[in-house]
Design a protein around this ligand. Structure first.
Ligand SMILES: Cc1cc2nc3c(=O)[nH]c(=O)nc-3n(C[C@H](O)[C@H](O)[C@H](O)COP(=O)(O)O)c2cc1C
Length: 227
């Protein structure tokens, strides 16, 4: 099949677009507003964008009422947000925290989640989530789109602190992904989680390239000749 989004019909009962970029990790984003009200919501349009310094982004369409989402407003107004790892075990809480609720309702409480304090930023962390990044807001890219939801705010933040539960670090010092079972979004109302992994290393002997693949600034610095 072939179609041009917004111009020609796809002809399917459901739009296939979101099913084409899968699986998407979930940015389970906690923020706080200027009055101190906690907020939590999942964003599957989420990624790390670089590792040195570590930067992540989440992408928030406008609400069904055509308004900017609370996570965006809070991150911009306070300059901070936290990313929490969403897991299969926490899937119901992730789902509940996505409900479109009036500003000021605490999705932690709504989803029955306990809060943990962060160290460098004000937004709380999700207790039971095995990994969290404390982030300082960098900027927002706003792309206009079709109302009411099409316009999107892509929010970037620098990761300034990382919490990893010791229970999910294996005896080789690696994050134990199979133990965590990270949750991921697919298309439609479908999800998956990581229950298998395999290893591949880029061929050749560029230690710097491999350091980048691993995401290790220290090894990259050692492997890169001084100029
Ligand atoms: C798993 C999951 C992923 C989601 N991903 C996105 C996303 O990438 N972008 C978006 O705008 N909304 C996404 N949503 C919907 C938001 O979570 C929802 O609009 C939420 O109410 C936003 O809350 P906030 O206004 O407190 O930020 C997702 C929902 C779920 C369940």
């Amino acid at each position: 099949m072939y179609y041009e989004p917004g111009k020609t019909p796809h002809g399917l009962p459901h739009d296939p677009f979101k099913s084409c970029v899968i699986p998407r990790p979930i940015g389970w984003i906690s923020t706080v507003d200027t009055q101190g009200q906690d907020n939590l919501a999942p964003y599957s349009q989420f990624q790390n964008v670089t590792f040195d310094p570590p930067i992540v982004m989440f992408s928030a369409n406008q609400t069904t009422q055509g308004e900017r989402k609370d996570s965006v407003r809070n991150a911009e107004q306070t300059g901070q947000f936290v990313w929490n790892m969403a897991t299969y075990a926490l899937r119901d809480a992730v789902n509940i925290s996505a409900e479109e609720l009036p500003h000021g309702i605490d999705e932690f409480e709504r989803a029955g989640l306990e809060k943990l304090p962060s160290r460098l930023v004000k937004p709380k962390r999700v207790k039971g989530s095995p990994i969290q990044f404390e982030c300082e807001y960098l900027n927002t890219l706003r792309f206009p789109g079709t109302p009411p939801m099409g316009t999107v705010d892509v929010v970037f933040g620098r990761v300034v602190a990382i919490h990893i539960d010791d229970e999910v670090i294996n005896d080789q010092g690696l994050v134990d992904v199979l133990k965590i079972q990270p949750l991921a979004r697919m298309g439609y109302y479908d999800y998956t989680y990581v229950d298998n992994q395999f290893r591949m290393v880029i061929p050749g002997n560029s230690k710097a390239l491999l350091a980048g693949l691993e995401g290790s600034p220290d090894k990259a610095a050692q492997a890169t000749p001084e100029r």
